[in-house]
Structures are given as C-alpha cells and as structure tokens.
Design a protein around this ligand. Structure first.
Ligand code: ZN
Length: 191
C-alpha cells in the first residue's frame, strides 16, 4: 500500500509543478520592471491632476517611512541631507507622494539654507499655501496641490524675479531628467 501511494505521488508531482508554473505565467506585470518609479502607489502619476484624498492609514501603507514622516506628519529632513540640494541637473521635480509636477530645475538656486530651494512653482495650482504658526514662528507652509502633502515652507527672501524662496524637503521630491537635455548631453559626448 505504501509503495503504491509513493508511486502515485511520484507520478503526480510533475503534474502539480507543471500546473504551478503554468498558473504563474500569465502575470508578467509582476516580473517586468519597466517603470523606474517602481512603487506600489496606485495614485502616483505625472499626468493625472485629479485631487487625491487618502487617509493617513492608507498613506502609511503606500509610502516609505521617511516620506510618510515628512509628507503626512509635517516633518523636516536634516539640512544638507538631500542630494537635490546641490544638484544642477536639468529636468522637473515632482511630488514623491503623488507624482504631481512641482518645480522646474531652471527655477532652482543655491540658497545655502541646506534644503533644495526654488524661486517659483511650476504652476499656480501645483502648490497650496497655508499659514503656519508652529515653533514660535510665522511661516507659510507649502503643500502639494494634488495630494496636500507637506513639502516645506516659502519665504520672501528669494532672488528675482519672484523674490520667493521655496525651501523644500528633498525626501518628498522626485526628479526626472528632461529628455531634451539628456539628448543634448549624449550628442555632446559623441562629438
Ligand atoms: Zn502630491
């Protein structure tokens, strides 16, 4: 009896494995990593401008810990901790929480304050402004216009033409190089 059941197991095993590998095959999305912003974030988009309203519990499931702390709990990253602070690359800065375009690299400047700084937002609706009286200061908080995540603050001591200084936490920024700039750079390399 034992011998027979072992025989049956041996006979059936390849069939079971074959079935497993077959059933796993029709899900290529799981293995192909085409998107560089490979995130389990269903609302992340560079083109969708629809408002995003998720609860903090939902954001907590989606966002990396450091992004959640700054974006949803209004935290601040350590000064000079972001590689974006000194970056001179040409392209666009997006909200790391929802993908909303926020700033263009040509409005970025070195403020010396320790955080990535810009003098102008990409559009009027890209950012929301709110008075912030915490920590004994009167400041203007800036939030993402699409998902209302905390980004940083704006001050009125920036360079012309706006005189503004958007002081932004690098953790809540995503950067994408401009395709045109990259093309030019590659052409130069080939010359
Ligand atoms: Zn956002």
């Amino acid at each position: 009896m034992n011998k027979i059941s072992r025989f049956i197991v041996i006979l059936l095993a390849p069939a079971v494995f074959a079935h497993c590998s077959y059933s796993q095959n029709p899900s290529p999305q799981k293995t192909t990593k085409m998107d560089s912003s490979d995130k389990k974030n269903p609302v992340y988009s560079h083109t969708d401008s629809k408002q995003v309203n998720l609860s903090d519990a939902e954001w907590k499931k989606i966002l990396p810990g450091d992004v959640y702390r700054i974006a949803r709990e209004k935290g601040t990253e350590r000064p000079w901790s972001s590689s974006f602070e000194t970056s001179k690359e040409i392209g666009t800065y997006y909200c790391a929480v929802c993908g909303n375009p926020l700033f263009k690299s040509d409005t970025k400047f070195e403020s010396g304050c320790g955080w990535p700084s810009f003098y102008e937002a990409i559009s009027k609706s890209s950012i929301i402004y709110e008075k912030d009286n915490t920590h004994g200061m009167t400041r203007t908080e800036v939030m993402c216009g699409r998902c209302k995540s905390h980004l940083g603050h704006v001050f009125e001591d920036g360079p012309p033409p706006t005189g503004l200084r958007y002081c932004i936490n690098g953790v809540v920024l995503d950067f994408k190089k401009a395709a045109e700039a990259e093309k030019k750079y590659n052409e130069k390399k080939q010359e």
